[in-house]
Design a protein around this ligand. Structure first.
Ligand code: SF4
Ligand code: SF4
Ligand code: FES
Length: 359
């Protein structure tokens, strides 16, 4: 174990840790925008600069590997001045009215306010190319992009897809695809991870924008488990309690932060975007059983389960165990699938049990 000095305190660290890793572990907050614990450090946004004793220039804490004996300062007047100046520069071509936030939170605006950055350093009219993309899920607003490349790095390093890239030079630098194709014509898997990692809300989910729904900050997050497969990814339903005439409406789905749950901040296309079914008018809201008239009638869960149990038991008693079979689903959890096979084998003495993931 090596040691360094962090804001006057001795801090131990393991080989390979960055200054940001050590600070986080010791409860010292350093602001970041382009950092993501799942990605290789890029040192792109310069918000995390700290001082190392004996070095003339400040260094990005997210990208600097620690060495024994370093003396690090994360808060002083010079660092404050740097953060304020940096934010003021960002604001010269960033919409700085809070009303401009329509979907995902713009953390750059939060940071500019927190560091009391001047917003009157002039305004540079947006010069980045604006392009339409017919994909149904992902919206990109070049005006609020700070070219931190977090989305690009996520797409490459976590998804292994490389559908998007930084293109253009200097102030024209923006996010695009090869030959400016629609994401639908690239290798994009529509995982939406680029939306999730974007610190400024430049990447956004299209549907809530098109529907004019409330921005993410005005929604309530409700943690839930994705039910599209048995992996059990955790997701946050972003709910507008006033939606659907006060019944509540899921406006979008986001992933919990990296490191918080087993899916480590990642979701697939279904988990992130396929949520409209929850409020679909054709969805069954009560169990139905077929009556003697041949039609389906609403009933209670107790009654429906009893009817199903009686029917299955009746077949097994009349025809023997080989006459019944059970098919479970990969959408169920491992525990539920275990219970299905246990019910088949112990209760019905039947070995005809299958699950779709087994084929
Ligand atoms: S949706 Fe996923 S695969 Fe497509 S560009 Fe974004 S991160 Fe890459
Ligand atoms: S779209 Fe967002 S994540 Fe991607 S480079 Fe721009 S600001 Fe960074
Ligand atoms: S968070 Fe370190 S440079 Fe962006």
């Amino acid at each position: 174990m090596n040691e360094l000095t962090l804001n006057g305190q001795t801090a131990r660290f393991a080989e390979g840790e960055t200054l940001l890793d050590i600070a986080s572990r010791h409860g010292v907050e350093i602001p970041t925008l382009c950092h993501d614990p799942r990605l290789d450090p890029a040192g792109a946004c310069r918000t995390c600069l700290v001082e190392v004793e004996g070095e003339r220039l400040m260094t990005p804490a997210c990208a600097r590997t620690a060495r024994g004996g370093m003396v690090i300062t994360t808060e002083n007047a010079r660092i404050d001045r740097h953060r304020q100046t940096l934010m003021a520069l960002y604001m010269t071509d960033h919409p700085h009215e809070r009303e401009s936030e329509v979907g995902s939170p713009d953390l750059l605006l939060d940071m500019a306010a927190r560091f009391n950055a001047p917003t009157d350093w002039g305004w540079m009219h947006p010069i980045r190319d604006v392009r339409e993309d017919r994909n149904p899920y992902i919206d990109f607003n070049a005006e609020t992009c700070i070219a931190c490349a977090r989305c690009v790095r996520y797409c490459e390093e976590v998804e292994g897809v490389s559908a998007i890239a930084l293109v253009g030079r200097g102030s024209h630098t923006t996010i695009s695809t090869v030959d400016e194709k629609s994401l639908l014509d690239t290798t994009c898997e529509l995982c939406g991870g680029c939306i999730d990692v974007c610190p400024t809300g430049a990447m956004n989910e299209k549907l809530p924008l098109m529907r004019g729904q409330k921005p993410e900050r005005k929604l309530q997050k409700v943690r839930s488990t994705c039910n599209f497969c048995g992996v059990g990814c955790q997701l946050d339903l972003n709910v507008d309690p006033e939606g659907r005439d006060g019944l509540g409406q899921i406006v979008k789905i986001t992933s919990p932060p990296p490191g918080a749950t087993t899916n480590d901040g990642n979701l697939c296309v279904k988990g992130r975007f396929a949520y409209d079914f929850v409020h679909h008018k054709d969805r069954l809201t009560h169990p139905l059983v077929r009556g003697s008239d041949g039609a389906l009638h609403p009933t209670t869960w107790d009654d429906a389960l009893q009817r199903a149990a009686d029917g299955l038991m009746g077949v097994a008693e009349r025809r023997g165990a080989d006459a019944v079979g059970f098919v479970s689903s990969s959408r169920c959890t491992m525990e539920e699938n275990f219970l299905v096979q246990k019910m088949a084998r112990v209760l019905f003495r039947a070995n005809h049990v299958h699950q779709c993931a087994a084929t």
